[in-house]
Design a protein around this ligand. Sequence first.
Ligand SMILES: Nc1ncnc2c1ncn2[C@@H]1O[C@H](COP(=O)(O)OP(=O)(O)OP(=O)(O)O)[C@@H](O)[C@H]1O
Length: 353
Amino acid sequence: MNKAIYTRDVPPDRLELLAELSSRDAVKVMVIGGLDAGKSTLVTFLANELLSLGRSVAVVDSDVGQKGILPPATISLALPDENFSSLSELEGVAHYFIGTVSPSQFTGEMAVGVKRLVELAERSAEIVLIDTTGFVTGPGFEMKRLKAELVRPDLIVLLERNGELDSLARALSPYGEVVRLTVSENAKAVAREERREIRFEKWRTYFSNARLAEFSLSEVTLTGTSLFTGRPLDEREKTLLSRAFRWLVLAGWENEGRYTVVKADEESFPRGYRSIHAVDFERLSNLLVGLLDGDGLCLGLGILKWVNFSAETLQLLTPLDEVALGEVRELRFGRMRVLETGEELGLMRRDEL
Ligand SMILES: Nc1ncnc2c1ncn2[C@@H]1O[C@H](COP(=O)(O)OP(=O)(O)OP(=O)(O)O)[C@@H](O)[C@H]1O
């Protein structure tokens, strides 16, 4: 299930762009536009046409809100070697973990992830096509600038309707040649509910053959959270906090005078505290987790099913096979909760964990 499919029914300016790309030996192209501007359709068109011309092509799919290449909530690199009708048919050869489908608070990860995968792509392909999120205002505007500043695309293709990307065109112009195209008349808006349905299918497909795997924090590094960082609290400290805040304190750590606790409320009342970072135990249940190799690239995703605080072990549901599991060196907490059936349980703020 994917909304953007290969079509040759494209406006004539796409053919000019194609001619320009095919005339160059090596070229990096970043495609930018608002929601449903036709970015994935354009990337699919260019990739297929260039493959037909015998060129080697890489696709970096960083449209985390509506990715074609599995898994969701990551940036992926694919190296197609034959024609395809939709990005969802492509198999990623490398991924970078973002950990959410809404990356406004993850500008750093987005920029670093795109940069790293483009570097890999350039080693294998002459033409690198970068698909991006439809998020072009506010933090999205800055994200596009940071990506362009890091990656230095040869061409930055802006898809717009009525010159609405004027400011972005100016902000990006120092970092690559800006080409402005008009959104195709055939591009159609996809309702929020339909987007969710498409993601639902993708999560379900990705986790369809998942099984439980256990990881010990003595063997893998945990990142993306302040949990398990610093000195574990002793029983006396946990009891003190439980009494003061009427919490059931399941675990806690002290790091340079800052406390992190995992707790469940025994009763609800307003609590004022500054130096304690309190995480509700239920926020950890079904949390999306990235399984990373020793080089910070994402081997696959897991869903957190159980944490044993005293043994410092985590159980994750993941489709990774034994070989890939053997390569995991790092677990990184994401900021959304999801079920293997496809249901998204909710997004979380960056500072929640
Ligand atoms: N040239 C075209 N011909 C036919 N349909 C098109 C064309 N361009 C876009 N569309 C349709 O418009 C919709 C949006 O296009 P697409 O998915 O490529 O946009 P996008 O910018 O990648 O979206 P997103 O906001 O999810 O990043 C899709 O249903 C797609 O099939």
